[in-house]
Ligand binder design. Structure first.
Ligand code: B12
Ligand code: SF4
Ligand code: SF4
Length: 376
C-alpha cells in the first residue's frame, strides 16, 4: 500500500487504530466549552463523532493517515513585508488540496478495498475527523506547540487525509514530541492566539479571522492582520523542523505565480464574476468575494500607502456592510480629514447600518446622531 500511496503522490503514509487517542474525548469538549472554536458551529455538531472515530463508523478497524507536502516555494514571512501586496497562505496559493487529495484517497481506497476485500471510507476535511491527533498516533509526525502536525521529513507543510478501513492492518508506532524548549511559533504569532503551548484560541487566529469569521473583523486585530488577506503562515514558517522540507512535489499542488503576492489595488477591483474566475479551483473561493474584499480593505488600511486610498473609497457603496465598514476604516487610516469629510458627505450621511456608522464616527471623528448618520 505504501508504494501505491507514493506513486499517487502522497509523501507520508502510516496506520493507526480508531481508539488510539482516548484523550480526544476530553480535549475536544474542553476546547469547545472554552469557546475557542468561535463561530465554527460545525465543530460542535457531531462532536462525539469527531472525538471518537468509531462513533463515525463503528466498523472501522484501521485508519490509514496520509500526508501530501504543500511546502512553499519562498519564505512566507517575506510576503508579509510587501505592504502593497496581499499575503495568501501557502496552502491557498494553489489548487484546493481537498480536491487533489480526495481524488487520490479514493483511488488508494479502491486499491486497498480490492486487496483486503473489506470496505473503506475516505476523508479529507469533509467529515468530523480529527486528522492531526490521528496522524500523530499513526507516527506521521507530532502536534507542535502551534498544534499543527510536524513531520521530521517534511516539516509542518503536510496536508492530511484519512482512509478508514474495516481491514485489520498492522498499526505503526506513534511519533513523540520534538519541540523541546523551542517556542518560536508561540512568540511570533501576531495576535497572541495561543493561550498555552499546544492550545489555539481560533477566535484570535488570523486564519480564522480572514477565512471563517463573518461580518466585521474586531478592531483589536485589524492592525495585526497586516497584509494577510487569506490565512496566515507565521507560526508554521518559523518552525526549525522545516529545514528538511522541500517544495510540493505533486504537480497539481504547484503554487500559482499570480497568487504569490497579488497587488492589493488589483484585488480591490474584483467584482463577483472576476473573483470567481481568478480563484476558481483554489481554497480562496471558500470565503466568497465579499469576505475576501473585506480582508483586502483591512490590508489596504494597513499599507500606509495613500495611493491605495481611492481603491478603498471606491468600496464605500458596496452592498455588504462588512465591506463598507472595512472601506471606511481603510480610508480613515490613509486620507486627510478634509477628504474623509467629503467622502462622508457623499456616501456616509445616509448609512443605516449601526456598525458602519460607528466606523465613520471612529474614522473621521464625526459626531453622529444615535438614530441616523447625520453630521451635527
Ligand atoms: C478547525 C480547523 C482550523 C481552525 C482551528 C485550528 C485548530 N488548531 O484547531 C482554524 C481556522 C484556525 C485553522 C487554521 C489553520 N489550519 Co486548519 N483545520 C481545522 C480542522 C478542520 C479541524 C481541526 C480541529 O480538530 N481542531 C480542534 C482542536 C481541539 O484540535 P487540535 O488542534 O488537534 O487540538 C489539540 C490540542 O489542543 C491538544 N491539547 C489540548 N490540551 C492539551 C494539553 C497538552 C499538555 C497537550 C500536549 C495537548 C493538548 O489536544 C487537542 C486534540 O488533539 C482541520 C482538518 C481536520 N478535519 O482535522 C484543519 C487542519 C488542522 N488545518 C490545517 C491547516 C494547514 C491550517 C493553517 C496552517 C491554514 C493557514 N495557513 O492559514 C492554519 C494553522 C493555524 C494553527 N496554528 O492551527 C491542516 C493542518 C495540516 C497539518 N500538518 O497539521 C488541517 C489538518 C487540514 C488538512 N486536512 O490538512 N484550522
Ligand atoms: S496562523 Fe498566524 S494568527 Fe494563527 S496561530 Fe499561527 S501565527 Fe497566530
Ligand atoms: S516552532 Fe518550535 S515550538 Fe513551535 S512547533 Fe516548531 S519546534 Fe515546536
Amino acid at each position: 500500500m505504501e508504494a501505491r500511496a507514493r506513486i499517487l503522490g502522497f509523501d507520508a503514509v502510516r496506520v493507526t487504530r480508531p481508539d488510539a487517542v482516548p484523550a480526544l474525548r476530553e480535549r475536544l469538549p474542553a476546547w469547545l466549552a472554552e469557546g475557542h472554536h468561535g463561530t465554527m458551529d460545525w465543530m460542535e455538531e457531531r462532536a462525539d463523532q469527531r472525538a471518537a472515530p468509531s462513533a463515525l463508523w463503528a466498523e472501522t478497524r484501521s485508519i490509514i493517515m496520509l500526508g501530501m507536502n504543500a511546502g512553499p516555494q519562498r519564505d512566507p514571512l517575506d510576503l508579509v513585508r510587501l505592504t502593497d501586496r496581499g499575503a495568501i497562505a501557502a496552502y491557498a496559493q494553489r489548487r484546493d488540496y481537498h480536491d487533489v487529495i480526495k481524488g487520490k484517497l479514493k483511488e488508494l481506497g479502491g486499491f486497498l478495498s480490492a486487496k483486503s476485500a473489506e470496505p473503506v471510507k475516505v476523508f479529507c476535511d469533509t467529515a468530523p475527523v480529527m486528522e492531526k491527533p490521528l496522524a500523530q498516533a499513526a507516527g506521521l509526525g507530532w502536534q507542535g506547540k502551534h498544534t499543527v502536525l510536524i513531520s521530521r521529513e517534511h516539516g509542518n507543510w503536510l496536508m492530511l487525509g484519512a482512509i478508514f478501513s474495516r481491514a485489520e492492518l498492522e498499526p505503526d508506532a506513534p511519533e513523540t514530541d520534538h519541540c523541546g524548549s523551542c517556542r518560536r511559533c508561540l512568540d511570533i504569532c501576531p495576535t497572541d492566539a495561543f493561550p498555552a503551548p499546544y492550545r489555539l484560541d481560533a477566535r484570535r487566529c488570523i486564519a480564522y479571522l480572514t477565512i471563517e469569521h463573518q461580518g466585521p473583523i474586531p478592531t483589536e486585530y485589524r492592525e495585526r492582520i497586516g497584509n494577510r488577506v487569506f490565512g496566515c503562515d507565521d507560526c508554521l514558517a518559523v518552525c526549525p523542523w522545516n529545514k528538511f522540507a522541500g517544495a510540493a512535489r505533486e504537480n497539481r499542488l504547484a503554487a500559482r505565480d499570480d497568487l504569490a503576492a497579488p497587488p492589493l489595488a488589483e484585488l480591490a477591483r474584483l467584482d463577483d464574476a472576476a473573483f470567481r474566475v481568478r480563484f476558481a479551483g483554489t481554497p480562496i473561493k471558500r470565503t466568497g468575494r465579499d469576505r475576501f474584499l473585506r480582508n483586502v480593505l483591512i490590508a489596504i488600511g494597513n499599507s500606509g500607502d495613500a495611493a491605495l486610498a481611492e481603491a478603498a473609497a471606491a468600496c464605500l457603496q458596496e452592498p455588504d456592510p462588512a465591506v463598507r465598514g472595512a472601506a471606511v476604516w481603510a480610508c480613515g487610516r490613509l486620507l486627510s480629514p478634509e477628504r474623509l469629510r467629503e467622502l462622508f458627505a457623499a456616501h456616509g450621511r445616509d448609512e443605516m447600518e449601526a456598525h458602519v456608522r460607528e466606523e465613520w464616527r471612529d474614522a473621521a471623528g464625526l459626531p453622529m446622531e444615535a438614530d441616523g448618520a447625520r453630521e451635527t
